[in-house]
Write a protein that binds this ligand. Sequence first.
Ligand SMILES: *Cc1c(COP(=O)(O)O)cnc(C)c1O
Length: 435
Amino acid sequence: MVSGAELRAALRKDCPAEGMPASQVIEELVSAASAGVLGSQTGRFFAWVIGGSLPSALAADWLTSAWDQNAGLFACAPAASMMEEVAGNWLKQILRLPQQCSFAFTTGWEMAHFTCLAAARHAVLEHAGWEVEKRGLIGAPPIRVVSSSGYHGSFMKALRMVGLGSDSMRAVPMNERNVVGVRDLEAALQEDPDSPTILVLQAGEINTGTFDQFSEVVPLARKMVENLWIHVDGAFGLWARASERFRHLTDGVELADSWATDGHKWLNVPYDSGYAFVARPQPHRASMALHASYLTHDESFRDALDWTPEWSRRARGIPTYAAIRELGMIGIATLVDRCCEMAALMVEGLSGVPNVEILWRPILNQGLVRFVDPTGTDHDRFTDQVVERINQTGEAFFSTSVWRGMRCMRISVSNWRTSESDVERAVRAIKRRVS
Ligand SMILES: *Cc1c(COP(=O)(O)O)cnc(C)c1O
């Protein structure tokens, strides 16, 4: 792997006074940058939770750039807007979300979350007699946020952006099954049942892919708190709903008020691609729409800017439209199933290997292992070292995480190309580097 210093040396030039031919720009760009490009397109990339690009999605993404539409308004980008309208409805069907849901195509989960939280903020404050889009948050009734402590780091950023600081958040511990503890959650909600409340649940916890017990938790929370909005982080986990084999893990998730998920992970659409879904379109639209008089609004068609944080925006629904057509609902289910099988196969292949400790066997597409220092001194450091050694071989690529205080290597399979032979090759590379 190239170092940061080497990359800087290759790419940092004086700001050019004079230009050069476009083809030369691209040739030089490729030769200077290639060493710093991760192989996340390949079937042996298991780091973070990152998908590849389906052929049609990649080609559609090139078209998106070539067409260069401003997809904020229907009038600016009629075909792109229509593809988003159609693909948004397909997504609801694939993810089995309520058909009346509104949706938004965003840059990723962060903005999808922001969109959902803005709708949530509108709804709970409206219920408390406060019009937030007009009056802002200063002087508004305080909103409390109750979340599973399994929330992804980026959630805090979304919370900040909607004007709710980290102090507004109460994180409820996860139990031994790595899901939010129902009694602990009950106790947290009980603390202040009259305040406007946003409850955040996990569909696919980042390290382990676990799901909160929606069927139990959602009705319980609704009974306890009147002014409540339930939001779900389903960045990759929501895709379990596409599969007959894994759907049961998500039972009850459809009872929430909003959901954030990604296209650039499990659907294998190129970066960046996120989706927000909101069960009640009115608060969603009220929080995002702003009808300025100079805009051309065609009421019968969908203007994306009424639903997204962005104004001018890339036509990012096009690759999603293509990906869904390429795979179909059956192909998406097969993709989900295959990734889960490959994650299980890899963990299986590492079972019983000296110095490998299995921390989490996949229930979905995520597994956790750590490497046990033969000298018995520092397992965390040894784990980091082994992962680095594996990555240096170029045979496979992994990232580390911290789970229950332990440094571990996460095995995350979300690429459409990952095959059995990829897994076998990765297992061989791991075995060789751990001993
Ligand atoms: C990846 C991930 C995020 C962040 O999503 P991006 O769209 O990639 O920024 C949030 N939550 C979970 C559970 C994730 O896996």
